[in-house]
Design a protein around this ligand. Structure first.
Ligand code: AGP
Length: 613
């Protein structure tokens, strides 16, 4: 949550920071600001979206070869200009941006006020400004003043500081899991960002800060040290994403682009990992011996939101293909239920961002109890990626829309391959079975393309008919039940229509009371072993005049007859069906939100990386 960008070494630093913030607006968008040093410390801040800040900058540009900026998702203090970052002291000696929560801010604020510091905002972050100011006044240089200030903070933080006394540098730090701190290395200029897309236009060479590490960034040098003051050597990583893949291109919204990118992202996910002549699977960063695979007693999947829904499908896949017991938890609940974990347990976390604090906490819980940590993660170098014993990188490319789409389908593809991999190692999948499954995988990108081809009109018509409805129900069974949950989540988060996902058999135990002629009920009724059961649920909805929108396999006349509308997908192996079945639901949500005039990419109150508990 919240996005930080910094740049040093060029006269257009504030423009680079603004452009970077635009790439991070998915992280928070209730207010924003930039500070620059040009002799004096100069700051522009604005309430609301970045466009408001941009207008202010056009009217009064920020000059200077150094700048730090922030786009905010409010925790402490209302989303008004006064509370927007950067926060400076009264004398304008120091400016600070922060992502995270200063848990002891009230205690620090009272102390600092007693010492004469005057606060101008309601935020927790402003205490950092005054702490740095205090240590500067005691005679320390900027880096040491920052270090001493950071040591006083409780909580998790990503921080950047500039100071008038040393106008050539940005001091940055990562303390705990409040989101990434990434240093970007350029030619005669260097960068800082919470996330890679912010600096991709300028460099693909990056360094990730670890917990309790600081970076001192000037135009030509970057020096790293721990919070204890010890120098530390860092590895430079090359990011394979490019600036084009992080741009909207011809599409109206990132979400739309990302929905339509799914055939390619699924293709990239499969590429190089499947031997199509034998069906054997291999992963670059997750390698096991057959014995190690056989030693696994259970896999506990922990994830949030859409990633949790992917985990629910993963349970079906892994239990079916590899015969390992799988449990799935909301990561936010995991550590509070005292899960049974031992050294034959694998904790598999799924996280697009790799920064979700609840998911990282679940990993810590697993680590402390001796489990192996695996992750399926999209962002290379993110915390989840770095602390895992084994990882599968999603290959989805940057996902900017707050509503996750392509990360979901690439995760399901990864889970299918993981199920195959474990099944092969544990001896549950024969060569012939592996070969047959690999052939199904090979068809997947093309089949996803078919679901997307030339159907925009169908979805626009549905959106036109039902965009004013206040409630939706989504029903599915078996591996399509998580797809019902995901369809409901997509619709509610971007269109603000109340939507619930239910296992279809549960409908009669409660939600049926809601059904009348104003209730669209989306039924996922593909041709699998529970299709007949789905048909009886559809009959029950029809008997109460509900509006039935069915996701069917192409040519299913029986379900078509019983439905008001159908959205057809091609047939594929049952365990791959969820990957195709979710695409119509993404499109339904997208077109409904567009018809309602909602902000598809930046829905209210949400943020892409949830780095607070
Ligand atoms: C998805 O549409 C949501 N924005 C949200 O549920 C998201 O999937 C969740 O916050 C988990 O994020 P992660 O995958 O980055 O951990």
């Amino acid at each position: 949550m919240c996005g930080i960008v910094g740049c040093v070494g060029t006269t257009d630093a504030s423009i680079i920071v603004l452009e970077g913030l635009k790439k991070l607006e998915y992280r928070g968008y209730d207010s924003a600001g930039i500070a620059s040093l040009n002799g004096d410390l100069d700051i522009r801040r604005a309430e609301g979206k970045l466009i408001n800040l941009e207008e202010k900058l056009q009217a009064a540009p920020l000059l200077g070869r150094i700048g730090i900026g922030h786009t905010r998702w409010a925790t402490h203090g209302a989303p008004i200009e006064r509370n927007a970052h950067p926060h400076a002291d009264e004398a304008r000696a120091v400016a600070v941006v922060q992502n995270g929560i200063v848990e002891n801010f009230m205690e620090l604020r009272v102390q600092l006020q007693a010492e004469g510091h005057v606060f101008q905002s309601d935020t927790d972050t402003e205490v950092i400004t005054h702490l740095v100011d205090k240590f500067l006044a005691e005679g320390h240089d900027l880096v040491e003043a920052c270090r001493r200030a950071f040591l006083r903070l409780q909580g998790a933080h990503a921080i950047a500081v500039v100071g008038k006394s040393e106008p050539d540098k940005i001091v940055a730090a990562r303390l705990g899991n409040a989101g990434g701190v990434i240093v970007g290395l350029g030619e005669g200029k260097n960068f800082l960002a919470s996330d890679i897309p912010a600096i991709l236009a300028h460099t693909q060479q990056v360094v990730f800060l670890e917990d309790r590490e600081m970076a001192v960034i000037t135009a030509d040098t970057v020096r790293y040290q721990t919070l204890d003051g010890n120098p530390v050597g860092k590895e430079v990583k090359i990011i394979s994403w490019d600036a084009v893949s992080a741009a909207k291109g011809q599409y109206d919204y990132f979400m739309q682009k990302e929905i339509y990118e799914q055939p390619q992202s699924i293709q990239s996910t499969i590429r190089g990992r499947v031997d199509f002549t034998t069906g054997q699977i291999k992963f670059e960063e997750l390698t096991l011996t057959p014995q190690e695979a056989r030693n696994i007693d259970q896999i506990l999947i922990a994830a949030c939101g859409t990633s949790y829904h992917a985990g629910l499908v993963g349970k079906f896949i892994i239990e079916n293909l590899a015969r390992i017991k799988v449990e799935v938890d909301y990561a936010s609940e995991f550590r509070y239920r005292d899960p049974l974990i031992d050294d034959r347990t694998v904790i598999l976390t799924i996280t697009q961002s790799g920064e979700t604090v609840d998911t990282l906490a679940a990993m810590e819980e697993g680590r402390s109890k001796g489990a192996k940590l695996w992750s399926i993660v999209n962002v290379m170098g993110s915390m989840a990626h770095r602390i895992s014993d084994g990882s599968i990188l999603m290959q989805a490319g940057p996902e900017i829309g707050v509503a996750s789409t392509k990360a979901f389908t690439t995760t399901l593809t990864d889970l299918f391959m993981l199920g195959m991999y474990l099944g092969q190692l544990r001896g549950y999948l024969s060569g012939a079975e592996s070969y047959a499954l690999a052939q199904e995988l090979a068809r997947l990108p093309e089949l996803a393309g078919k679901v997307l081809a030339n159907r925009a009109n169908d979805y626009q018509k549905l959106a036109e008919l039902y965009y004013q409805q206040t409630d939706y129900l989504f029903l599915g069974r078996g591996f399509n039940f998580p797809i019902a949950l995901e369809g409901a989540l997509k619709l509610k988060e971007i269109s603000y229509i109340h939507a619930e996902g239910y296992p279809a058999g549960e409908m009669k135990h409660g939600p049926i009371a809601l059904i009348d002629d104003r209730m669209p009920v989306v039924c996922i009724a593909t041709q699998d072993h529970v299709r007949d059961k789905m048909i009886s649920q559809i009959e029950q909805v029809r008997a109460r005049d509900g509006i039935v929108i069915s996701v069917i396999n192409e040519g299913d006349e029986e379900v078509t007859q019983k439905s008001n509308h159908v959205l057809a997908i091609p047939r594929v192996h049952p365990l791959l069906t969820p990957i195709l079945a979710v695409i119509p639901l993404q499109l339904l949500a997208y077109h409904t939100a567009v018809r309602r005039g909602a902000d598809v990419d930046q829905p209210r109150n949400l943020a892409k990386s949830v780095t607070v508990e």
